[in-house]
Ligand binder design. Structure first.
Ligand code: SF4
Length: 424
């Protein structure tokens, strides 16, 4: 049958869809991603991280139910975090859906006794062929007060190093050149396997795989930071000088209330040591604005944190009250317009910081991977830019370039979130 897999949410969901796709393909089905074409089956992989994500998932279910009613598809199945978290309510409210599958039930969808999303190196890529995500573990052992992920994905389960190396070898054989390492918490990788932090060992093993030119690290947890990974980053040019490390806040009281561990001084020292150990590293972080107990003073502290640390990449979320999380009883007292104003203030500051950091790159020659071709320029990224979330380099069209290839580009101009350049 023809199966169209639609994926919402984070990069971990993308990998889950790709693993499911490979299994369905092995069963003889023809599998597509994201298409709007007619198909026998649609599998919708949903997200339930925060309120807005749940809303987007429910709206997409309704779109697909409508398509089923108009006979554009025969069967509709819903998987992923929303199915995991709200299966009973959804089954009651949406009888038109042919099945809601929690993670534990997924094997039923593929007619198998068991189906472990982490237990295979087989994937059918849905990303452009030159880059891929590598999910090194699922679940999380932390209990951040605002976060529902441990409730949805459970405790951390790490994928063994040999299986990950095999997976990356297969990706390299398919022409993948860039791999983003992802997890709920990358820095705790391996603790459940050996009782020790194994990320540095994993990085060493991946560095031996031929064909991958760029590895990028996402979702590092600040507390008890494994500094040894920075030495591996320095030892192997394949590891981009890039680290995604969500800090969420900087106020000691808020960090304590969020159950993040560590404190403001720990975070300032951590950032200083990372920048000292890996000169020129790009730090990406995410922050939460409008946490229930956040005072105006604590908001100003967060603004000052952004001003002083000049992150290369930064995102801010307005606090979303999540059922059954430790913070839920605090309510959501900070009005939406206040949250929006606080988020706006931080992003306005970040815009000027990002422009200044980009302007400092004018005149430099940077290694750029080409992602796509537009009418009068190519779009690419540097080692400091992850797909879909970071900056782009717009490269003037002088001669035909190959998508997925690397080129030296001299930066001629800068904007807030983009660089402009010509081939060197
Ligand atoms: S580290 Fe905290 S925010 Fe991240 S997934 Fe785990 S509980 Fe959620």
């Amino acid at each position: 049958m023809t199966v169209n897999i639609i994926t919402l949410g984070c990069s971990k969901n993308i990998v889950d869809s790709e693993v499911l796709a490979a299994r369905l393909q092995r069963m003889g089905h023809r599998v597509f991603f994201e298409g709007t074409m007619k198909s026998d089956i649609v599998i919708l992989n949903t997200c339930s991280f925060i309120g807005d994500a749940r809303e987007e998932s429910v709206n997409e279910i309704l779109v697909q139910v409508d398509r089923k009613m108009r006979r554009q598809i025969k069967k509709l199945y819903v998987v992923g975090c929303l199915a995991q978290r709200c299966k009973a309510e959804l089954e009651a409210e949406l009888p038109e859906v042919d099945g809601f599958y929690s993670f534990a039930d997924l094997h039923k969808m593929v007619d198998a006794n068991e189906f472990d999303l982490l237990g295979t190196s087989e994937r059918l890529l849905s990303t452009p062929p030159h880059y891929a995500y590598l999910k090194v573990s699922e679940g999380c052992d932390h209990q951040c007060s605002y976060c529902a992920i441990p409730l949805i994905r459970g405790k951390q389960v790490s994928k063994p190093i040999p299986l990950l190396v095999e997976e990356v070898r297969k990706l390299a054989d398919q022409g993948v050149k860039e791999v983003m390492l992802i997890a709920q918490d990358l820095t705790y990788y391996g603790l459940d396997l050996t009782g020790k932090r194994e990320l540095a060992n994993l990085m060493e093993a991946l560095a031996q795989v031929r064909g991958i030119e760029w590895y990028r690290l996402h979702y590092a947890y600040p507390l008890n930071f494994p500094y040894e990974i920075l030495d591996v980053m320095n030892a192997y040019p394949q590891f981009c000088r890039y680290l995604d490390i969500p800090f969420q806040h900087i106020s000691d009281d808020i960090l304590k209330d969020m159950r993040r561990g560590g404190g403001s001084q720990y975070i300032y020292d951590l950032i200083a040591r990372i920048r000292e150990t890996v000169p020129g590293i790009a730090l990406r972080t995410t922050l939460i604005s409008g946490y229930p107990t956040e005072t105006l003073e604590q908001h100003k502290e967060l603004v000052e944190f952004v001003r002083r640390n000049r992150f290369e990449r930064l995102g801010v979320f307005a606090y979303s009250q999540e059922e059954d999380t430790p913070a839920y009883p605090l309510g959501d007292p900070i009005r939406r317009n206040i949250k929006t104003r606080r988020v706006g203030e931080i992003m306005q500051l970040q815009e000027s910081i990002s422009r200044e950091l980009n302007e400092a790159k004018v005149g430099q020659t940077l290694k750029v991977i080409i992602d796509s071709e537009e009418r009068d320029h190519y779009v690419g990224r540097t080692e400091f830019d992850s797909p879909d979330v970071d900056n782009s380099v717009l490269v003037t069209k002088e001669k035909p370039l190959t998508i997925g290839e690397f080129y030296p580009v001299t930066i001629t101009e800068a904007a807030e979130y983009d660089l402009y350049g010509t081939l060197t």
